[in-house]
Unconditional design. Structure first.
Length: 126
């Protein structure tokens, strides 16, 4: 009997008497938060509407264009201050780079699998 009593002693919380109600409440809150976060994102986001190519991080196309322009402006300013010439790239160039690593030029998926196998990362394609 002593072993069972010691086992249950570790679940006791000095403030409330047991830890079980606290854990139950935390699980409920986690579940509710997970359910609500999905609904908040679905109110107009491109990712939730099933639009293919929701860009790299769930941004809309306009959001991605704005982020790219801001980052490129920061890079150009930093490089200029360091004495270098930097030509900022546009959305199309960045988007091409984002999709270029998804396939090898001139090789379909079946041919790639037949030649290199399934996803072992020993092939440098960059």
């Amino acid at each position: 009997m002593k072993i069972v009593a010691d086992h249950w002693d570790m679940w006791k919380n000095p403030r409330s008497g047991t830890l079980l109600p606290f854990l139950t409440m935390m699980l409920i809150l986690l579940f509710v938060a997970a359910c609500n976060s999905g609904r908040a994102e679905s109110s107009g986001s491109a990712a939730a509407n099933g639009v293919p190519g929701t860009e790299e991080f769930g941004l809309s196309k306009q959001g991605l264009v704005e982020k790219i322009e801001a980052v490129e402006a920061d890079i150009a300013q930093c490089m200029s201050e360091a004495g270098f010439e930097y030509v900022a790239v546009d959305y199309n160039t960045v988007r091409h780079g984002m999709t270029a690593d998804k396939s090898l030029p001139g090789m379909g998926e079946r041919q790639f699998i037949a030649t290199y196998g399934f996803g072992i990362s020993t092939l440098y394609s960059g």
